[in-house]
Write a protein that binds this ligand. Structure first.
Ligand code: M6R
Length: 611
């Protein structure tokens, strides 16, 4: 998704803007731009298609500096990726804006502006906002008031940063539906889509609320809430370090994040499990009472986070014996669900800003659920702030578009939720101790699984030229197969599908031939024998099998069957997290062999803040 950076200071802010954009690259984008007020008070704008590096090169060619400016990375929604559609967009009299989100009523506003004599140079909804601000400023005389008048007319989602030649001492911001954060400095202030962009210049942040309009000057921040009242927004200190979002010695963020998983999972458990017990206050002060009353669970999420929820359904039903439904947010939000009494509504999200998940939460809050719980990786995110209960995954910043450590920490957090629910629904202290112990062992099992990397790297050579792949699993391993297929298609662009292995003979078996690798996750559980029969069906049709199997599965490599032996003693409650690791590594190495952009795969964005 698009990224915003802005700065006002007593020094040249262009390097800060460029570094900020570079740190937002992980969000996904197709073009970049910057607008700076130069020393003679004129707006200078540069825009380029492609990577931030291109913009940086353009700045070297056309030296640009100043003490006030805004910058942007654009992920195309309205209009193709091109220089003229890239932000900042400008209107008359030196007004420049950058915008994240989508304006739904842009066409009618555009028509009105055209009849007022404004000419458009792009196909974007953003340019409409720039001209609207100019239009209002003519009447109201002040840029802050003009922005407030403009946002009152907008339908849709936006985070905006606006500068104007005649107000060289401030940047105006507005937020509705898209995150924006103010970085507080010493006699200088900043703005960005998320804190990671500003970590080299500050650790202090102000998070705007929905409907806020703010102006930042060098020494001052003023915020008005949606009703136009002066609002006090707390300054918070971020615990993240500036190098948390660096690759270090790894060639890609994805590989770094795969190898960070033992630590990330251990951190997610820290201080939350102790002495064989789960400390359920970790979910919030009301958690005990809410879990006691919970009679059913509805989980809503997107993509990888949805797969974590789909695994949790098995655990919640088998271990806590509560009914559980899981749905992708973009579908859930357009249903009119019947909500059974005392149902807990759970959202799962790495970013906490996914538009569909957030909309589903807002809808759920009006639909009679018992309470809402968010499992999320970003403490300051909208989802966290709007949920009654929260359990933060402590994965640290995940920069690779492909979710890896966010997924296994979500599974861990969901494991804690299962224990909490089970405690109130029949599990005794011994059962709790056993489950907690299983959770504590996960980091060590992941560590051992990571030792398979050289084997998997070799294996990837047999996939790299394939056009299709099938992933199979049964029970809670079906969502893990789905996650494996998503990873492979997302970063290597190999078409991959996942099936519950028992479903194969109802159609997909027709696809199986020697050219279709079939990748299977086979822990030692009560479905193993059934799974083996399904694999026979594949082998009998000449399908090439690659099975990640428990050492006690009794399976051995043979003609057309490659067994990759996983660590010993992986229990039912641990298998989802542990067996997802080799699938992440397989996708990564296939993508490397195919030469794709692993961390920023084509067409995708890290944080999907549009519907
Ligand atoms: O931030 P979220 O977890 O809400 O994002 C949801 C999906 O967009 C995300 O999980 C996506 O599927 C992954 N990048 C895939 O690896």
């Amino acid at each position: 998704m698009c990224g915003i950076v802005g700065a006002i200071a007593d020094r040249n802010i262009v390097p800060i803007l460029i570094e900020g954009l570079r740190r937002l690259e992980y969000r996904g984008y197709d073009s970049a731009g910057v607008a700076v007020l130069n020393s003679s008070g004129h707006l200078r704008r540069l825009r380029t298609v492609g990577k931030v590096k291109m913009l940086q090169d353009a700045i070297v060619e056309t030296p640009t500096d100043g003490q006030l400016g805004i910058a942007h990375t654009r992920w195309a929604t309205h209009g193709v990726p091109s220089e003229r559609n890239a932000h900042p967009h400008i209107s008359r009299d030196g007004i420049a804006i950058v915008h994240n989100g989508i304006i739904e009523n842009h066409e009618e506003l555009r028509e009105e502006l055209t009849s007022l004599g404004y000419t458009f140079t792009s196909e974007t909804d953003t340019e409409v906002i720039a001209h609207r601000i100019h239009h209002h400023k003519q009447k109201l005389g002040d840029i802050f008031r003009a922005v407030r008048a403009t946002v009152a007319e907008l339908e849709g989602a936006y985070a905006l940063a606006v500068v104007s030649e005649d107000s060289p001492d401030r940047i105006i911001l507005a937020r509705a539906g898209c995150p924006v954060v103010i970085g507080v400095g010493n006699n200088e202030n900043f703005v960005a889509s998320d804190v990671s962009a500003l970590l080299p210049v500050t650790r202090k942040f102000i998070f705007l609320d929905e409907g806020d309009v703010a102006e930042i000057r060098r020494q001052d921040v003023r915020v008005l809430d949606a009703e136009g009242n002066t609002a006090h927004r707390e300054v918070r200190e971020s615990a993240l370090s500036a190098d948390a979002a660096e690759k270090g010695d790894y060639p890609h963020f994805m590989l770094k994040e795969i190898f960070e998983q033992p630590r990330a999972v251990a951190q997610t458990l820290e201080e939350r499990v102790a002495g064989g017990k789960l400390l359920e206050a970790a979910f919030g002060p009301l958690a005990t009472e809410i879990f006691r009353r919970t009679e059913a669970v509805q989980i809503v999420a997107c993509g990888t986070s949805y797969h974590a929820g789909a695994v949790a359904k098995y655990y919640i039903e088998q271990i806590a014996r509560l009914p559980c439904w899981v749905e992708i947010a973009s579908e859930y939000r357009y249903r009119n669900p019947v909500v059974p009494k005392n149902t807990l509504f759970v959202t799962i999200s790495q970013s906490g800003e996914t538009a569909d998940t957030l909309a589903a939460l807002r809808m759920a809050k009006q639909s009679g659920y018992l309470s809402s719980l968010s499992i999320c990786n970003v403490p300051e995110s909208s989802l966290v702030r709007e949920s009654e209960l929260v359990l933060l995954t402590r994965a640290g910043p995940e920069i690779g578009v492909a979710s890896t450590k966010a997924f296994t920490t979500q599974l861990t957090a969901l494991g804690m939720l299962v224990v909490a629910l089970a405690k109130h629904h029949g599990a005794d202290a011994e059962r709790e101790r056993g489950l907690v112990q299983r959770l504590i062992e996960i980091p060590g099992l992941i560590e051992k699984t990571l030792h398979l990397e050289p084997t998997i790297k070799e294996l990837a050579k047999r996939f790299a030229d394939k056009h299709h792949a099938l992933f199979l699993g049964r029970g809670q391993m079906h969502p893990i197969a789905m996650e494996g297929a998503l990873k492979l298609k997302e970063i290597s662009y190999i078409h991959a599908e996942a099936y519950a292995a028992g479903e194969l003979k109802h159609g997909p078996l027709a696809l199986v031939d020697a050219d279709m690798p079939v990748i299977t996750v086979a822990p030692n559980n009560d479905l193993l024998e059934k799974l083996k029969s399904n694999l026979q069906e594949v082998r009998a049709r000449g399908g090439e099998l690659y099975v990640f199997a428990d050492p006690d599965s009794g399976m051995q490599s043979s003609d057309g069957v490659t067994i990759i032996t996983m660590p010993k003693h992986v229990s039912h409650f641990q298998a989802a997290a542990v067996y997802s690791i080799p699938l992440q590594l397989l996708s990564y190495h296939c993508a490397i062999l195919r030469g794709t952009d692993v961390d920023q795969p084509r067409n995708l964005a890290k944080s999907v803040t549009v519907e």
